[in-house]
Every structure is written in structure tokens, then in C-alpha cells.
Design a protein around this ligand. Structure first.
Ligand code: NAI
Ligand code: MG
Length: 501
């Protein structure tokens, strides 16, 4: 690990400085308004721990207004009657706005979340614009079926997929803009209206997005953006009877709380939750690709990725070479503030997350895990943690079972050719979000893919694709985002039968 010297401050461009100086409000019913309580909260730069700006703190009263605006827009506004093509055009315009302001958005994302500016530039910001365009393509192409009736008589039966209605979207802080778009894109393509609550740690790019939403001319109330905390704004949104569906990405614990809260109204719920995803490297794998792949899978975004490959299973024959290779990568990676152009590992998002990850490192050491590389925090300012590999972990250690959500890999070897045994170990968590397999044996790859209990299986690498369904088995979630499944997640099926006789 190389630590980059950290200058006290970075020169910010005029648009970024201008944006940070603003009074950040809530976008409700097409207008920017302060929280009714007048409250605000601080936005922190995780590379320094310093306050960069303040934003409005919504609570239940503001959520009431936002849901009412989304309800009006859905039930009575032009949106409810809009054609897919009109919605698609607006989504494309919004994507173009993001691209036009890409550098400003990348800087805001990095300031707010801490991630390397390189990543904001090549992944978060352009990926968000592309996701909007991908989902724009679905608007007007969401269809039902015609169904050969089985009753005696002469029936014509068909289904239509209608928008589910008002969506309450609650998102996390690891990919702030991308997560906002991951809800807005498919929900709007399907014809829904939305109240979006960004994570309290990272509200900035969602607010800037709200300004773009105003500029491109979405009808009022179609997209409402309310910044606030989970316990106040989040809970109120989940509980609100005017919300038809909650779309959530975040921790499994909060996902369960949302399910309990939604039992009262049985509103629709989709959940994209945590993971403890395995990377399985078979002895015949192309290690020149598998080693950097496994390294990226755990260290990208400082490990703050729901699908992070946080448990490595490598065959005994290649274990030393694989772990040695990942350790070399870990040592080579440049840790520093996100705005530094060379930075490859930024800080964790918050003091809370820093405490959580360093807490796991301490627990791992106490329980007997061996630190092969890393294992420490970095510097005395900001929330930096070294890329870390732990060996000698056993089944019931917290570092082996729980989602750490930091740059911490548990490395295990297996001495077996039996794919069922390998899969049983890889499946041995309460999660089931993703798994990566490295092999040159096409048959073994597919067999293992079949045995692994996870929503996304990647063979020999690859990343998130807006066209490919993504979501969890077991306690990693409910439903699939992305692709056709992703837009259908924002619809209800209506069956119509006509008695023709
Ligand atoms: P969280 O799940 O508590 O927060 C995610 C979002 O839910 C935020 O917008 C938050 O304000 C909101 N929220 C929190 N409690 C709520 C409630 N009772 N009702 C409605 N909304 C609520 O996650 P947190 O505390 O930020 O991170 C804790 C752990 O969660 C991480 O260490 C990581 O393991 C996991 N996580 C997983 C993510 C994923 O992508 N699957 C993303 C973020 C965190
Ligand atoms: Mg929380």
C-alpha cells in the first residue's frame, strides 16, 4: 500500500464551489423548499472529516408533502397518461444533463463519498447516464401477454403491466448517484412517480440531479427528492399509506425493518441488501486474470460494494500464488483522498463505517484470524483503512460470516475437486447476492454456477450491467433490479378476461 501525501485542500472549480455554497433544500412538487422544521444536517468530506456544506433535514411532515405531490402527479397529472416515448425523451434529456455536467458531478460525488475521482469519472457518473438511457428504452415497451383461456366457453384473456404507483425509494451511500438513478430510471420508465430519499451520508449528487430534473422539465411531483435520516424521513416514507411501493437498497437489518413496517399496509417491497460473496478460483484458472479480478472485486470502492467478493476460495495448488498476487496488488494500491488523481483506494464513507470496519479487524484479530497484509487504519485524519487480507479464519468468526463493507478479504483454500463440496462452503452464509468463478473449464464453470445460491454468477470476471438482472437469494434481498425484471419490479399485473360468447 502506498499512501499519497495529502494536501490540505484541493482547488475546486467554480460550479462546484457555487453549488456547495447554496442552501440545499428539498425538491417537492416541482419546487425547492426548506424542511418545515427548518432543520439541516452537515455533509462531511470523509477524507478530512470536515463539514463541506449543510442540507435540509426532512422528517415526517416533509414526507407527507412529498408523497402528496407524487400522488397528485400519478393520479391526476399528465404523467399518469403519458406515452412511453414522452417519458423516454425526458429520461434521455436527464442523461444528457448528467453528461454535460460530468466533471462537476464526479467532483461532488468524490467529495461527498470519498471514492477515487478516477472511479467517479469512469464509472459512477457516466454509468448513471447510461442506466437512464437503458431504462428509457423500456418506456412504452412494457407489455403483458395474451393467454389462451382454459375455461369452457369463448374467452379472450390478456394481461397488462400497469405502473405500481407512487414509489418510495431509499438508497445507500456507496454509489450515491448511481443508486438514485437505479430507482428513478426503471420507476419512471414504468410510469410511476417517486419520492427519493438519498442516504444521509451522501446527499449531494441527488440534489444536483434535482436541479437537472427541473431544467429538463419533468412535470411537477414526478420526482421528489427529500434529504434526511433513516430514522425520521426513511421511516416516515416506509410507513406512509400514500406510498404504493418501497424500493430499498441498503443493509439487511434495515431491509428487515422495512418488511416489518410494510406488513401493516402490504405495500410492495423490493430489497437489494447485503452480501458476503465468494470468489472461487479453480486450479485451472488463468491466474493472470483471476488475481487482479479477485483483487478488484474486494478493493474496488474500498470494499463498500454489496456484491464485493469478500470471501476467497482458491484451490490449494494455487492458493499461495493467488493470495501472494492479491497481497502484491493490495500493497501496490495507492490510498489517498478521492480528489487526488492517483488515488485508487479512498477513505471509507463515514466515521461510523470506519468504526465498523476497524471493529471487525479488531474482532478478527481477537478471534484468531491472521493478517496477511494490511489490517490497520491509515493516518490520523479522515477514514482510511488499508486493503487487508485475513487468513486462518474459521466458520463462526464474525469476519467470515458478516458483511464488513470495507477492503477486507477472507482467504480460504480448498483441497478438493468435488464441486458440490466447494459450493457447499461457498454457500455457507445467510447471504446470496453474487459469486465469481474463475476457471478455463467451461463445464466446471457452468456446473458450479448451478450449485451456487446467488442471484448473480460471474464466470471469469465482468461487472454490473444495467441490462442483466441483479438481486439476491436468501437474505440478500427480494426481487431483481436491472434488465426487464428491473422495470417489471415497478409494475402490477392486471388480467383482463372478456367473455366473447
Ligand atoms: P442502512 O441500511 O441503515 O441505510 C441505507 C438507507 O436506509 C439510508 O438511506 C438510510 O437513511 C435508510 N434507513 C436506515 N434505517 C431506516 C429505516 N428504519 N427505515 C427506512 N429507511 C432507513 O445502512 P447503513 O447504516 O448506512 O450501513 C450499515 C451497513 O449496511 C454497512 O456496513 C453495509 O454492511 C450495509 N450496506 C449495504 C449496502 C448495499 O449496497 N447492499 C449499502 C449500504 C450499506
Ligand atoms: Mg444506518
Amino acid at each position: 500500500m502506498t499512501v499519497i501525501d495529502r494536501p490540505q485542500s484541493f482547488a475546486l472549480t467554480e460550479p462546484v464551489r457555487g453549488f456547495l455554497k447554496k442552501q440545499h433544500q428539498l425538491l417537492i412538487g416541482g419546487k425547492w423548499v426548506p424542511a418545515l422544521s427548518g432543520k439541516t444536517f452537515d455533509v462531511i468530506d470523509p477524507s478530512t472529516g470536515e463539514v463541506i456544506t449543510k442540507v435540509a433535514a426532512a422528517d415526517a411532515a416533509d414526507i407527507d408533502l412529498a408523497v402528496a405531490a407524487a400522488r397528485r402527479a400519478f393520479d391526476h397529472g399528465p404523467w399518469g397518461k403519458s406515452k412511453g416515448l414522452e417519458r423516454a425523451k425526458l429520461l434521455w434529456k436527464l442523461a444528457d444533463k448528467i453528461d454535460e455536467h460530468a466533471e462537476e458531478m464526479a467532483t461532488l460525488e468524490t467529495l461527498d463519498n470519498g471514492k477515487p475521482i478516477k472511479m467517479s469519472r469512469i464509472a459512477d457518473i457516466p454509468g448513471s447516464a447510461e442506466n437512464l438511457r437503458y431504462n428509457a428504452g423500456w418506456a412504452g415497451k412494457i407489455t403483458g401477454d395474451t393467454i389462451p383461456a382454459s375455461l369452457p366457453g369463448n374467452f379472450h384473456s390478456y394481461t397488462v403491466r400497469e405502473p405500481v404507483g407512487v414509489v418510495g425509494a431509499i438508497i445507500p451511500w456507496n454509489f450515491p448517484l448511481a443508486m438514485a438513478i437505479a430507482k428513478i430510471g426503471p420507476a419512471l420508465a414504468a410510469g410511476c412517480t417517486i419520492v427519493l430519499k438519498p442516504a444521509e451520508q451522501t446527499p449531494l449528487t441527488a440534489i444536483r440531479l434535482g436541479e437537472f430534473i427541473q431544467e429538463v422539465g419533468f412535470p411537477e411531483g414526478v420526482i421528489n427528492i427529500v434529504t434526511g435520516f433513516g430514522e425520521t424521513a426513511g421511516v416516515a416514507l416506509v410507513d406512509h399509506p400514500g406510498v404504493d411501493k418501497v424500493a430499498f437498497t441498503g443493509s439487511t437489518a434495515t431491509g428487515k425493518a422495512i418488511v416489518r413496517a410494510c406488513a401493516a399496509t402490504l405495500k410492495r417491497v423490493s430489497l437489494e441488501l447485503g452480501g458476503k460473496s465468494p470468489t472461487v478460483i479453480l486450479p485451472d484458472a488463468d491466474l493472470a486474470k483471476a488475481i487482479p479480478g479477485a483483487s478488484r472485486s474486494i478493493f474496488f470502492n474500498s470494499g463498500q460494494v454489496c456484491a464485493a467478493g469478500s470471501r476467497l476460495f482458491a484451490h490449494k495448488k494455487i492458493f499461495d500464488e493467488v493470495v501472494g498476487g492479491i497481497a502484491e496488488e493490495a500493497k501496490r494500491l495507492k490510498v489517498g483522498p478521492g480528489l487526488s488523481p492517483e488515488t485508487e483506494i479512498g477513505p471509507l464513507v463515514s466515521e461510523e463505517q470506519f468504526q465498523r470496519v476497524t471493529g471487525y479487524l479488531a474482532a478478527g484479530a481477537k478471534e484468531g484470524a491472521r493478517v496477511m497484509v494490511g489490517g490497520q487504519s491509515v493516518g490520523n485524519r479522515g477514514y482510511f483503512v488499508e486493503p487487508t487480507i485475513l487468513a486462518d479464519t474459521v466458520r463462526d468468526m464474525s469476519v467470515r460470516q458478516e458483511e464488513i463493507f470495507g477492503p477486507v478479504l477472507c482467504a480460504m483454500s480448498f483441497d478438493d475437486e468435488d464441486l458440490e463440496k466447494i459450493a457447499a462452503e461457498a454457500n455457507d452464509t445467510t447471504y446470496g447476492l453474487a459469486a465469481t468463478i474463475w476457471t478455463r473449464d467451461i463445464s466446471a464453470g457452468h456446473k458450479l454456477a448451478k450449485l451456487l445460491k446467488a442471484g448473480s454468477i460471474r464466470i471469469n470476471g465482468g461487472g454490473l450491467d444495467h441490462a442483466v438482472p441483479f438481486g439476491g437469494y436468501k437474505q440478500s434481498g427480494w426481487g431483481r433490479e436491472n434488465g426487464k425484471d428491473g422495470v417489471e419490479l415497478f409494475t402490477e399485473v392486471k388480467a383482463v378476461s372478456v367473455n366473447l360468447s
